[in-house]
Design a protein around this ligand. Structure first.
Ligand code: GTP
Ligand code: MG
Length: 203
């Protein structure tokens, strides 16, 4: 899918969140898992900053996504700060209850959480906690296994099976921001979740 993306704003406080508009998609996961890279690969533009140093994204960054020919935004993407990386300063974790958790629990337009987990390492305790937390809060989510280009042969199917078994998720989606693998499937999941949200709002 071809889209136009525009940076909207950065928030470190619930009062700074954008005025509720079109359905939102949040990208969440451990620091360095590839959240900003997946967002960029979906929109086909380096609009979100990425870095090999964990902890790059420190604010919730909102982007308006518009399909060509549409008069206004179809979706809003929210690139979130990561969690749980050993080298990420402790004070960053203190941000969670301030604005990240309120966003994920209270945000009306939030239609889908894209929960990213590194395909190259076994799922970590905090990945499990994230999935449990999303279930507990009844948020729609899709598990995406990132950096799949680094796994060859039967290593990728093995990693996906492990995610399925250990996190009890139906079909984790393998993704590579480097090659674009999984891009069409993730867009499909996003469109489906947004259509569901629009139907619910229409009553
Ligand atoms: P924080 O904002 O720090 O939480 O990180 P993030 O989750 O946004 O990760 P980011 O997109 O900044 O990527 C982290 C590192 O992983 C960068 O060095 C990327 O180049 C690399 N990376 C991201 N996606 C892929 C991928 O699909 N394949 C490979 N091989 N590397 C990737
Ligand atoms: Mg980031």
């Amino acid at each position: 899918m071809r889209v136009h993306a525009k940076f909207l704003l950065s928030a470190t406080d619930a009062a700074q969140f954008p005025v509720p508009g079109p359905p939102e998609i949040a990208f969440i996961g451990r620091s360095n898992v590839g959240k900003s890279s997946v967002l960029n690969s979906l929109v086909g533009e380096k609009i979100a900053r990425t870095s090999s140093t964990p902890g790059r994204t420190r604010t919730i960054n909102f982007f308006e996504i518009r399909r060509p020919g549409q008069p206004s935004a179809d979706f809003v993407f929210a690139d979130l700060p990561g969690y749980g990386y050993a080298r990420v300063p402790r004070e960053m974790m203190a941000d969670w209850p301030l604005f990240i958790e309120p966003y994920l629990t209270q945000r009306g337009p939030l239609a889908l959480c894209v929960a990213l987990i590194d395909a190259n390492v076994p799922p970590q305790e905090n990945d499990r906690q994230m999935v449990d937390w999303l279930r507990h809060n009844q948020r729609s989510f899709l598990v995406v296994a990132t950096k799949s280009d680094r796994l060859s042969g039967n290593k990728l199917p093995q990693a996906l099976r492990r995610l399925r078994d250990e996190l009890q998720v139906d079909s984790p989606l393998p993704y590579s921001a480097r090659t674009g693998a999984g891009r069409d499937e993730l867009w499909q999941g996003i469109r489906k979740a947004c259509a569901r949200q629009n139907e619910t709002l229409a009553g």
